[in-house]
Structure formats: C-alpha cells, structure tokens
Ligand binder design. Structure first.
Ligand SMILES: Cc1cc2nc3c(=O)[nH]c(=O)nc-3n(C[C@H](O)[C@H](O)[C@H](O)COP(=O)(O)O)c2cc1C
Length: 177
C-alpha cells in the first residue's frame, strides 16, 4: 500500500471538509497548514516519506491562499535536492462562485508538482451533474455559496473528492509495486 499525505490550508473549514473526504479515499494522513502558513518538522517528515502528496487550498482571489503559498515556498528546500521527484501528486480546491477562477489554483498545484518533478494525477470522472459537478478534469473542484457552512458542500462534490483520493492512492501503489 502506498503512503499518501494530504496537505491543505483552510481558512473557514470548507477545504478541510473536502480534504477529509480526499484523505478517506486515499487512506491518507491529513496535514493542516496552520493560519501562519506553517507545518511542523514532523509533518515535513511525513511528506518526505510519502509516495503521494495531494495539495489542497481554498481559492482566494483567484489563487491558492497565501498560507498555502508560504508552504509551497518552504518546499523549495526539497526542490534543491529533488527530494520529492517521482512522488505522485494531486490537488483540490473549493470556492464560493460556480467558476470562482478555481482553475488557477489547480494549475498552480500542477506547476508546483512539476517543479518538484512529481507525477500529476488528473480527475477523469465524468460530469453527471452530481459527480464531478463542476466538470474539472485537472483536479478536484468543489463549490458552495459564500454564506453556506462546510456541512452544505454538495455530497457529490465530496464523493468526487473521495474517489479522487482513492485514484491517487491506487496509482501510487501501482508505481511503487
Ligand atoms: C479572502 C477570500 C478570497 C476569496 N476569493 C474567492 C474567489 O476568488 N473566488 C470564489 O469563488 N470564492 C472566493 N472566496 C470564497 C472561498 O473560496 C470559499 O468560501 C471557500 O469555501 C473557503 O474555503 P475555506 O473555508 O477552506 O477557507 C474567497 C474567500 C476569501 C475569504
């Protein structure tokens, strides 16, 4: 079985809820980037030991949150030694608007993964109006209105997130075998 870690920032709990479903699908360890954009040394070690890393952030002003970017910048320490090369990578985001420019966030995750020499996993589930409701094939996108609590995130978005986690874990396991 592959070791998968889900590393995410969440300002108000919405990304956290999506992260929980991704992690459930992947049997992954959840790593929370704190309000200062930091994770602990032990959490860095978990990422270093993982076969797959899945990135998560809310979309804020058309991009990942600054806390996620601080984490990403700190990961440059790993870039210098190609420490994350050939790990499997994936990502997810949530926003309040139907588009909300979430693609920018996913594309940033893809760029980050490619800078590290990781292997990006897309999201192939077809949009049937419930699963992959947003119609994203680059990564997982979820959406819930600006005044809605995390509990109101549509179940289909969460099921999409869980299936995506399972897919990343399965691909990582195949590559590890
Ligand atoms: C500073 C800020 C910027 C935001 N920018 C966007 C945006 O560009 N597009 C959008 O659709 N929603 C935007 N939102 C809404 C959030 O993406 C949405 O509420 C999300 O579910 C928050 O996730 P979180 O609870 O994990 O922080 C923004 C919210 C905040 C607080």
């Amino acid at each position: 079985m592959a070791k998968v870690a889900v590393v995410f920032h969440s300002g108000y709990g919405h990304t956290q809820r999506v992260a929980q479903f991704v992690a459930e699908g992947a049997s992954a360890e959840l790593i929370t980037i704190d309000a200062n954009g930091d994770i602990t040394d032990a959490q860095w070690a978990t990422l270093d030991a993982a076969d797959a890393v899945i990135f998560g952030s809310p979309t804020y002003m058309g991009m990942a949150s600054w806390q996620f970017k601080k984490f990403a910048d700190a990961s440059s320490k790993r870039w210098f030694t190609s420490a994350w090369k050939d790990k499997v990578a994936g990502g997810f985001t949530i926003s309040a608007s139907p588009s909300g420019d979430k693609l920018s966030t996913i594309q940033y995750f893809i760029t980050l993964s490619q800078q590290h020499g990781m292997i990006w996993v897309g999201q192939p589930a077809m949009n049937d109006g419930i699963i992959n409701r947003i119609g994203s094939n680059s990564g997982v996108m979820a959406q819930v209105g600006p005044t809605s609590p995390a509990e109101d995130i549509p179940q289909g978005d969460l099921d999409t997130a869980k299936a995506y986690g399972a897919r990343v874990a399965s691909i990582a396991a195949k590559l590890k075998a």
